[in-house]
Write a protein that binds this ligand. Structure first.
Ligand code: ADP
Ligand code: MG
Length: 305
């Protein structure tokens, strides 16, 4: 798989806090990559480093297999981003804003190109309205339009749905999905909402306090069918042999984690297993479901909105 974006030990400190702490992540071509973390986790700081708005203290960013630092001008030409709330000329029209912002990128988009982009983000009927008359959701969509002007391969969006009502959030999600499906763009999108990432992303990373918690395929990380159970048993070796005789595979269906046997399988239920262990004279000291990613995320975001 082709790698579009990679960070290696990316680190950024502000005085006494480490906002981004040795972060490694990989985004593949065609991904809708969810960058999930509670408020203050370090998402915006990371995104600002990805787009060269600030520089890391250590570590590297690679975009399209090129190191960002010495090549930022050429590689960033292939990146479109909205970082925080985009600024517009409020007294100019949506069309005029895109024309001017295009010029700032060093391109002169043709009228039909601007209209096509406005159509894509659902603003073609308001092309000639002043931006000051736009809702927050419309401004966010104009922000995405702005990020598309130079036809980038990678689009980086920093919490584009924040502050929107549910309908506005849905419109942004649909826009992101069509950018991926219809236009074949690779998308890096940050969020503090697990359900939002689950709705749009194929791969994701969760960060907290600047550090990676997990990274992987959303389906695998949030597999709702599969529940993991931990068994604390008197005889782990014997239990292991039983599981192998039941055709369960070590490392795939079960693993030993300290003094616990950790089982995540759909082949056999936890209560069946409990019975089998007891029948084989293995004492089951404790037997509990492992915290799902969802619960875990809820816990680290507790007390935040
Ligand atoms: P997120 O976008 O995930 O909410 P941020 O990247 O904005 O998180 O912030 C990560 C941490 O870095 C927070 O503790 C924040 O207060 C701190 N931080 C961000 N920018 C600055 C800055 N310019 N100066 C000092 N601290 C900062
Ligand atoms: Mg942020």
């Amino acid at each position: 798989m082709e790698i579009v974006l990679e960070t290696k030990n990316l680190t950024k400190k502000f005085k006494n806090i480490i906002a981004v702490d040795n972060l490694n992540l990989v985004v593949y071509k065609g991904d809708v990559f969810g960058f999930l973390g509670p408020n203050g986790a370090g998402k915006s700081t990371t995104i600002r480093m990805l787009t060269s708005l600030i520089y890391p203290d250590s570590g590297e960013v690679y975009l399209f297999n090129e190191q960002l630092k010495p090549n930022s001008k050429s590689v960033l030409r292939r990146v479109g981003a909205i970082v925080e709330s985009p600024d517009f000329y409020l007294y100019l029209t949506a069309y005029k804003n895109l024309e001017i912002l295009g010029r700032l990128y060093g391109i002169t988009p043709a009228k039909n190109q601007i209209m096509e982009i406005l159509e894509f983000v659902g603003l073609s009927n308001r092309w000639n309205s002043k931006v000051k008359t736009f809702s927050h959701g419309m401004k966010q969509r104009l922000g995405i339009a702005q990020a598309l002007l130079h036809n980038p391969d990678l689009i980086i969006l920093d919490e584009p749905t924040t502050g929107l009502d549910p309908q506005g959030m849905k419109e942004i999600r649909q826009l992101v999905l069509s950018l991926s499906k219809e236009k074949g763009k690779t998308i890096f999108i940050s969020s503090h909402l697990l359900y939002e990432v689950e709705l749009i992303a194929n791969r994701m990373i969760i960060i907290n306090k600047g550090k990676k918690i997990v990274e992987g395929y959303v389906k695998e990380l949030l597999d709702r069918e599969r529940t993991t159970y931990n068994f604390n048993l008197s005889n782990l070796e014997k239990a292991k042999d039983i599981l192998i005789s039941l055709n369960l595979e070590m490392n795939k269906d079960f693993r030993i984690n300290g003094s616990d046997l950790e089982i995540s399988t759909q082949k056999i239920s936890a209560s069946q297993l409990n019975k089998i262990f007891v029948q084989n004279e293995i004492e089951v000291y404790a037997f509990y479901p492992k915290r799902s990613l969802e619960e875990f995320f809820l816990e680290i975001t507790q007390g935040q909105k």
